[in-house]
Design a protein around this ligand. Structure first.
Ligand code: NAP
Length: 472
């Protein structure tokens, strides 16, 4: 595919190969953008911001609504594209394509709701005869930098609200999975988006990222990706608005009164979807000592039933990881835990980029498989004795994105919700659950700012205060 740069589809002699993670076959190529492309894109985007700011809310609604309809009509094609470039199973590819429709529809609705409010200035001793109100205005140029693991929906979570708010956007998709973002760009243009409103630039983040994020013409960065790159971007960005959606090692607490079959179903669903490459994957299963061995007995057969293979085969439950090197890393971390006293009770083996769904028991909190983000198809099970101990273990992390608890006890559930340091908290399900309209984002080093169209629109706008100094 070509990139969409300065109003045109552009090819370049230097290419990046996009590969199917299952068999490493080349499915397409994209141009390798460089610093000069970034500079051109930024100049164009600055002019584009003026074009976008002139569109009415109704016009922005109409474009996003039409784009959502076009995407809905192409669900199967988009689902296959997502699965082929990313490696997630086809059912998950279709589901992501459906969710992306909802994200764009939600963004369209928000385009009609952007408003300020009257501020009661006469509540201030010096505020008599003043009339004040706020205006919400677009930021200008938005740089949207996205990760590989949801190559369509996470791009929609950035582009939808940015356009709804009247900004121009430069998308920098992940190098492993750029095709869905380019297809989205085509769809938005077909839906009537002015060519000035969007650009999609492919190229290595390590080479062009600093130029994008440090440029003063960018007024807002919305980034989803790893903590390491997020940290670098924050340092490089200078004075501009930034949203950070970073990683985690999400905990799930299993209390002694939990229905262990339900917990096992939830862990099998939330620990291994997309081969564990979900920022809110269940990673650390903190289990009450009283039910520890019963829980492992319930979980192991469910995990062993997750068949691996070609992600496009309807029977496959867990596909390849995005790169073989990631599967090797997961294998190494599991071996390391085993050498330090943990027990591999299900899975544990790797074939190329496919790592078997794995359960590691007796994991100590300081083992890498527990204290760092694994981002792979394995869960680490650790025993605890009291709820205070479970909460302390859950919070023993630099991250705080998602957490879950299984219990029938309201007091325990509420204590968990109040005390666990996490942006998303689930009672009687694993951490991996998201409705695209809800406010979504992490605490601590999982980032700051929220996604979900209504909340992201706030992040994509600035607030102005207007004061009338009246005589009467
Ligand atoms: P990544 O390596 O951090 O890459 C994310 C994006 O940043 C890619 O587009 C990458 O481009 C770009 N990038 C790399 N270096 C850059 C630089 N110096 N400046 C600007 N951009 C740069 O993350 P990933 O491996 O794709 O995704 C996995 C991570 O994302 C995990 O940590 C996961 O938890 C997190 N994640 C978080 C959420 C959330 O909502 N909180 C959702 C999904 C994923 P290249 O691909 O060209 O390197």
């Amino acid at each position: 595919m070509k990139i969409f740069l300065a109003g045109n589809w552009v090819d370049k002699p230097k290419k990046i190969e996009v590969r199917n993670p299952f068999d490493n076959s080349v499915i397409d190529t994209v141009p390798k953008g460089d610093g000069a492309d970034v500079d051109r894109a930024l100049g164009f985007a600055e002019r584009g911001a003026k074009v976008m700011a002139r569109l009415s809310g109704y016009e922005r609604w109409k474009i996003l609504r039409k784009a959502a309809d076009l995407m809905a009509a192409r669900n199967e094609e988009l689902g296959r594209l997502i699965s082929t470039e990313e490696g997630k199973i086809i059912a998950e590819g279709r589901s992501e394509a459906n969710r992306a429709v909802e994200t764009l529809m939600g963004s369209a609705e928000e385009a009609k709701r952007i408003h300020g409010e009257t501020v009661p200035l006469d509540g201030d001793p010096g505020g008599t005869k003043k009339l004040g109100f706020t205006l919400r205005v677009p930021c200008g140029v938005v740089a949207a930098i996205s990760p590989f693991n949801f190559p369509l929906n996470l791009v929609c979570h950035k582009v939808g609200p940015a356009l709804a708010a009247g900004n121009s956007v430069i998308i920098k998709p992940a190098t492993d999975t750029p095709l869905s973002a380019l297809r989205l760009t085509e769809i938005l243009l077909e839906a009537g988006l002015p060519t000035e409103g969007i650009q999609c630039l492919t190229g290595s983040g390590g080479e062009i990222g600093d130029t994008v994020v440090s440029d003063r013409r960018v007024r807002k960065i919305t980034f989803t990706g790893s903590r390491e790159i997020g940290d670098r971007i924050c340092r490089m960005a200078g004075i501009k608005k930034v949203t950070m959606e970073l990683g985690s090692n999400c905990p799930l607490i299993v209390m002694p009164d939990a229905d262990l079959d339900k917990v096992a179903v939830a862990v099998a669903a939330t620990g291994y979807a997309n081969a564990g490459q979900v920022c809110i994957s269940t990673q650390r299963v903190l289990t009450a000592g009283k039910v520890y061995s019963d829980f492992l007995s319930a979980l192991v057969p469910k995990v062993q039933a997750l068949t691996t293979g070609n992600q496009l085969d309807e029977k496959t439950k867990v596909g390849p990881m995005v790169r073989e090197s990631d599967a090797v890393r997961v294998e190494e971390w599991i071996r390391e835990a085993a050498s330090e006293g943990a027990r591999v009770v299900a899975g544990g083996n790797r074939r190329g980029a496919i790592h078997e769904p794995t359960v590691v028991a007796d994991v100590k909190p300081e083992m890498r498989i527990s204290c760092e983000e694994l981002f792979g198809p394995a869960v680490a099970v650790t025993p605890f004795n009291t709820i205070d101990e479970a909460i302390a273990l859950a919070n023993q992390s630099v991250y705080g994105l998602g957490a879950g608890i299984f219990t029938e006890n309201l007091e325990w559930a509420m204590k968990f919700a109040r005390e666990v340091e996490s942006g998303n908290l689930h009672i009687n399900w694993g951490p991996q659950w998201r409705a695209d309209l809800m406010p979504y984002g992490g605490l601590k080093e999982s980032g700051f700012g929220k996604e979900g169209p209504r909340y992201a629109v706030e992040e994509m706008t600035e607030l102005k205060m207007v004061v009338f100094h009246l005589n009467t």
